[in-house]
Design a protein around this ligand. Structure first.
Ligand code: ADP
Ligand code: ZN
Ligand code: ZN
Length: 754
């Protein structure tokens, strides 16, 4: 019996299917999908891999085939639909098959059956006896160790040390003398099972509602689609508070009652105890939760429950899409527009795309839910590729949509109220506090310190070709500063920059941070407690959860934070939300800046007035008359979409054309520039030969938005083409034609940030 093995985490050179022989005594464990240890390469180093095919015979040089060393699991760790996905993912996201196996088989699984332990054995019993007899050993500990091993044979170092109360350096000393040897081997001890602390769901989490007509219709449609077993994709487009969660829970319940499984993804940040309890309260013991705070043991237990079919609902962040679900019938992506579904390090996969790929293989349905769908998804729904299901009303009729109030900061500054809190917002806050209500202040600072804003009108400097904000770069060689468009490379020396709205040449990096705001609030509302949630205050694990719990327990009346706090949190006593520095959300260098700003404002508005008091949302901007803010104020997603899709079409951006990014990074700046120019020449020559129908355009090289990162300098190229496979074609050529060690490149066919 022979098998083909993919090495877990293989690099390109080792990303092949390797044939191994399955020794007679191991055949019972050999399945497609089994996890194995194999000897690899000249030194026969142990590598971990997955069997992807089994065959009876082998047409090659029998002598060159090695035996499988051992099985890490006696049951398959991958099921057939996962195996079918491996090639597709590696092709689509330009990574190795071994990278995909690594995503699908988390390290808790590899380490589980295989916790390597250090064993100690005598090199030779005879020598040991001779040494003891000749009494040349002076250390009593050394004598004890040899006697122990003579008596009991091989044992773990742990056992030896605890039985004899000796130290590891004493063991090592005997190894140095050549009397014993240390071996790393899998221990056969089962790791004791550890339960996940079960936070008891409160009564209100288990309430079931009579569905509204809209909800019923959505549930009915989706259930019909699931029965068809035909990779149907639904866009559940429902305003905040319309009860999308209720729809997910109802369809999930139906699926598990029929013996199927559901993958239910939520953005990592919304994976709070609140959400988890809610889902567990409704779907019971069949829920497995995968989140980043699990220990390896807990993660393994969850994973194993999924694989064996004990858990039928898999709740998790983007990595949940790889779960070994049994009889998968449904994949849900809540807040499908959320940026966290896209991995930002290699392999840069998109969970949304993988969900669709997996659906094609298994015939399961996919539900994408959002109040503010990504432009790409809405476009696909408009085009009929997805089925659109709409929820237009809030589920609880007494819950009113909040009032959204734009505030003109130009006027406010003239009035002398400063640039942090406008008079209307301050007044609304006072009212809220006197009614024992709470306030959320949102300050999005993503990437903003790298852009310049007009002092007169608050607009960022934008590229004349692409209308995205340009990023500020210091040229350390001659001490000058330039503004660079990250999409087309257009560059202006900063002293020549002009505001495209008012032609002013006064620019500033002004703005304020969360800490400054916090100090200002202490001075303005000395009796109110403030909580701050930003990258600094959530560095330690658990800090994020702690801040949310404190705010939910009303230990503070003000929560300030970055985009983190806008998502999926349910605080019934929040009646006022302030969106501060709204213009700066648009001043990001990404083509998705407007989309993100609209999503953020809508999500933030969804936080206000979830209880019984209607909420108020203040949007502080220097140009409150911008259409985007108007659309956000009336929660008019469609109007926003029309405007945005027109811009995408005009500038040939997704969904009209595919975008690709190549980043070249090297520690030596001169070398980087030289190699970037060589690549540029190659790319331009390459393009000269390409068929016009691919519609290639290449821009660059240009410095990345973040030029220096972890001791390396980075330059990028942007490619536009008719579709992703054309982009991938270019990536593949580069991978083949350039030595990765000399030209370390990373590839992204779905860049989100400029
Ligand atoms: P969304 O996820 O669409 O923003 P939620 O699922 O959070 O909305 O629902 C908003 C609120 O409405 C929740 O408090 C939920 O419990 C409640 N709700 C949902 N469906 C119903 C219903 N059919 N009847 C009454 N209340 C409902
Ligand atoms: Zn201006
Ligand atoms: Zn540009």
């Amino acid at each position: 019996m022979y098998c083909s093995v993919i090495l877990r985490g293989a690099v390109r050179q080792t990303d092949n299917l390797y044939t191994y022989r399955v020794p007679e005594d191991l055949r019972a464990d050999a399945y497609v999908g089994s996890l194995v240890n194999v000897p690899f390469g000249k030194g026969d180093n142990q590598r971990c891999g997955v069997i992807v095919a089994i065959k009876d015979s082998f047409e090659g040089d029998e002598g060159s085939v090695k035996d499988i060393a051992s099985f890490i699991s006696s049951k398959p760790v991958l099921n057939s639909d996962q195996i079918a996905l491996i090639d597709k993912i590696s092709d689509r996201f330009n990574c190795t098959k071994g990278d995909v196996v690594e995503l699908m088989v988390p390290s808790c699984v590899v380490n589980h059956k295989n916790p390597l332990e250090v064993f100690v054995e005598l090199v030779s019993s005879e020598t040991a006896r001779d040494v003891l007899d000749s009494e040349i050993l002076r250390s009593q500990a050394h004598i004890n160790i040899l006697e122990y091993l003579l008596e009991r044979g091989k044992c773990t170092r742990k056992e030896l040390m605890s039985s004899l109360s000796c130290s590891s350096s004493q063991v090592k000393a005997l190894e140095d003398k050549g009397l014993i040897r240390l071996l790393k081997e899998p221990s056969d001890n089962e790791i004791p099972r550890m339960a996940i602390p079960n936070e008891v769901p409160e009564g209100k989490f288990t309430e079931e509602y009579d569905l509204s007509d809209e909800q019923k219709e959505a549930v009915g449609e989706i259930l019909k689609g699931i029965d068809e077993k035909k990779d149907n994709t639904y866009l559940l487009f429902g305003i905040t508070g319309s009860g999308k969660t209720e729809v997910y829970l109802n369809i999930a319940k139906k699926v598990i009652s029929e013996g199927g499984s559901v993958i239910y993804m939520v953005p990592e940040i919304s994976l709070t105890p609140q959400t988890i309890n809610w889902i567990k309260g409704r779907l019971g013991d069949s829920v497995a939760v995968l989140h980043s705070r699990l220990t390896d043991k807990q993660r393994y237990e969850q994973w194993n429950n999924i694989r064996t079919g004990k858990a039928r609902v898999i709740v998790g962040p983007r990595s949940g899409v790889f779960a070994p679900a049994v009889d998968l019938r449904l994949i849900i992506l809540d807040e499908e527009h959320d940026g966290s579904y896209k991995a930002e390090s290699h392999p840069r996969y998109s969970a949304r795309d993988i969900a669709r790929m997996r659906a094609k293989i298994t015939g399961c349905s996919v539900v994408l839910g959002s109040a503010t769908p990504s432009i790409e998804s809405f476009y696909a729904a408009q085009a009929g590729a997805y089925k659109m299901l709409e929820l237009k009303y809030r589920a609880r009729s007494e819950a009113k949509l909040p009032e959204i109030i734009p505030v003109d900061m130009k006027e406010q500054i003239k009035l002398g109220s400063g640039d942090m809190l406008s008079v209307p917002l301050r007044q609304a806050m006072s009212v809220a506090f006197s009614n024992n209500k709470q306030v959320i202040l949102l300050l999005n600072r993503r990437g903003f310190s790298r852009t310049l804003v007009c002092e007169d009108c608050g607009e960022p400097v934008t590229c004349k070709n692409c209308s995205v904000a340009m990023t500020l770069h210091n040229n350390r060689r001659n001490g000058t500063q330039s503004l660079i468009c990250h999409y087309c490379g257009y560059t202006v020396p900063s002293y020549e920059a002009r505001c495209s709205f008012c032609n002013s040449n006064h620019f500033t990096k002004a703005g304020f941070g969360t800490q400054q705001l916090e100090e200002f609030l202490h001075a303005t509302f000395p009796h109110e407690k403030v909580l701050r949630m930003d990258q600094d205050s959530t560095m330690t694990p658990g800090a994020h959860k702690e801040i949310i719990e404190k705010f939910a327990n009303k230990e503070a009346s003000i929560l300030i934070g970055t985009q983190m706090i806008a998502k999926g949190l349910d605080f019934p006593d929040v009646t006022v939300v302030g969106v501060l520095g709204a213009d700066l959300m648009l001043a990001s260098s990404s083509f998705k800046a407007s989309e993100r700003a609209f999503q953020l404002i809508t999500q933030a508005a969804g936080r206000a007035g979830r209880g019984d008091t209607p909420g108020k949302v203040f949007i502080q901007s220097f140009r409150p008359e911008q259409p985007l803010f108007k659309f956000a104020c009336t929660q008019n997603y469609r109007a926003f979409y029309e405007q945005e899709i027109e811009y995408r079409q005009k500038l040939k951006l997704p969904p009209y054309k595919a975008l690709g990014e190549i980043v070249l990074s090297l520690p030596d700046e001169d070398l980087l520039i030289r190699r970037a120019n060589e690549l540029a020449k190659y790319l331009n020559d390459f393009l000269g030969f390409q068929d016009k129908r691919y519609q290639f355009e290449i821009y660059g090289p240009m410095p990345c938005v973040i030029y220096e990162l972890r001791g390396r300098y980075r330059m990028s190229f942007v490619i536009k083409a008719v579709n992703k496979s054309a982009i991938n074609g270019v990536f593949k050529r580069l991978i083949e034609d350039f030595d990765h060690t000399k030209y370390p490149m990373s590839f992204d066919n779905d860049p989100q940030d400029g």
